[in-house]
Ligand binder design. Structure first.
Ligand code: NAP
Ligand code: HSE
Length: 435
């Protein structure tokens, strides 16, 4: 419960986790302590930090460090618990325990907020404590607070976002420098961008967690990761980057949420984006989130989507906001609720243009067979180009761009194309994003 307004001598912050993000928070709490004290009205003081391995060298004295979660969760003096451990368990249980013990919580954990956010927010509301999670999406980009405040008067029609720094870094390196996937991923890990299990980044799950959080807030309806059609970037080949560039596109891992006719469609997949669109120019670790409101029109949030200090910025914004409320004795506003109850539209109903790269036998009549399969399914061809032929193998590569077509029809066509004797392989299939 919020204490009645009484002067505070200090506000105590404990960290669950002292890795890339936790170390940034601990060090900035120290380096900016007089700024924070002036913002809050009393000092904001680090109390303890939970780690797994007590033997690792740390930036803060050992006296702050513990391996026993009870030293924080059962500590009556800690006002704000900051969860920066990552992964679902035991972070979820620790956050539940902290809220149940009437502590305010700040988390950067998109997995627990995506899977359990509505329940955790309800629990926090019941306990009259704050649970803030700005860093869970887009790291340094303010997006959670604007969705819960500045854009509240809008009916939000769509979210279109690049919300994984690791994959955007990898895609940029592959497109601009011809770097291979493994090297680019290793660099992203060294820079502190990747998740503990980087498969979560490259398979699109991290972006799906973030989209679930954004869609839940934007559409005021519960959207879970299991509702999201999710594809990662591991199947992209260097040739796709070359052809994309040649045709005037960039390849980006897009997280898209669209609302229409009482339903929302939520997808994460790599897509071709026209190079003249702003979102196509978002490179490296930068993220961008475009929200379309009926009043605001399109607004774009852009900034560093991963890394120690950008994430620290978002976490500390939440910590300072809570600390100011504690110091003022203010009660948290009631939770907005997510009761719009919209249906989830399956990906099979998506209308999309697509890019197909096929390895085929280089002989007459092949294109006609392919066109027949597409035409039978109402998939209209926008352009066809024959690329590299291999006379020794007797094969050629065909790249087809289609007009907007139904996803279900495209998937069916892909199965049939793969069965054609003249098609050696459907080497690539990517959706083409258009606004
Ligand atoms: P990290 O470098 O792997 O740090 C995790 C920290 O948590 C480490 O100090 C680790 O202890 C501790 N820890 C993990 N499991 C524990 C357990 N079971 N018991 C006790 N301590 C445990 O991760 P990070 O990059 O800082 O990310 C932390 C969170 O922030 C994640 O939810 C991540 O998704 C989110 N996030 C990260 C970024 C980013 O750019 N890195 C951006 C936005 C959000 P040891 O030090 O002993 O190993
Ligand atoms: N692994 C995440 C990313 C960290 O690369 O975007 C930020 O949430």
């Amino acid at each position: 419960m919020m204490a009645p307004a009484s002067p505070r001598r200090e506000i105590l912050v404990s960290l669950l986790g002292l890795g890339v993000v936790g170390s940034g928070i601990a060090s900035v709490l120290q380096s900016k302590k007089s700024l924070f004290a002036s913002l809050v009205g009393c000092p904001l003081v680090l109390r303890r930090a939970l780690v797994r391995d007590p033997g690792k060298p740390r930036l803060i004295p050992n006296s702050f460090i513990t391996t026993n979660p009870e030293d924080i969760l059962g500590d009556r003096a800690t006002d704000i618990v900051v969860e920066v451990m990552g992964e679902e368990h035991p972070a979820l249980e620790y956050v539940q325990q902290a809220i149940s013990a009437e502590k305010h919580v700040v988390t950067a954990n998109k997995e627990i907020m995506a899977k359990h956010g509505p329940d955790l927010l309800k629990l926090a509301s019941q306990k009259e404590v704050q649970l803030l999670f700005e860093a869970s999406v887009g790291a340094g980009i303010p997006i959670i607070a604007p969705l819960q405040r500045d854009l509240l008067g809008n009916n939000i029609a769509s979210i279109r976002a690049i919300i994984n720094g690791t994959t955007n870094y990898i895609l940029t390196k592959m497109a601009n420098e011809g770097q291979d996937f493994a090297t680019a991923l290793r660099q992203a890990q060294e820079l502190g961008y990747a998740e503990a299990n980087p498969a979560n980044d490259v398979e699109g799950h991290d972006a799906a967690y973030k989209l679930a959080i954004l869609a839940t807030l934007a559409f005021r309806t519960k959207v879970y990761p299991s509702d999201i059609h999710c594809e990662g970037i591991t199947r992209l080949a260097p040739k796709d980057f070359r052809y994309a560039q040649e045709f005037g596109y960039a390849i980006k891992l897009l997280a898209i949420g669209r609302k229409s006719n009482g339903a929302v469609q939520v997808t994460v997949y790599p897509a071709l984006v026209p190079r003249d669109e702003i979102i196509a120019k978002v490179d490296g670790v930068f993220n961008a989130i475009e929200i379309k409101g009926d009043l605001s029109g399109p607004v774009l949030f852009h900034g560093m989507g991963a890394g120690s200090l950008p994430t620290t910025s978002a976490v500390l914004g939440d910590v300072i906001s809570i600390a100011r409320n504690i110091a003022a004795g203010a009660r948290p506003a009631p939770w907005l609720g997510m009761d719009h109850g919209l249906n989830i539209k399956p990906v099979t109903q998506l209308q999309t243009r697509c890019y197909l790269r096929l390895l085929v036998a280089d002989r007459p009549g092949v294109l006609a067979q392919i066109a027949h399969i597409l035409g039978d399914r109402q998939i209209s061809i926008a352009s066809v180009i024959q690329k590299d032929a291999d006379p020794k193998e007797g094969t050629a590569e065909i790249v087809i761009m289609t007009h907007p077509s139904l996803e279900a029809a495209i998937q069916d066509a892909l199965v049939r194309l793969n069965e054609l004797a003249v098609v050696k392989k459907v080497a690539s299939f990517l959706r083409v994003e258009s606004t």
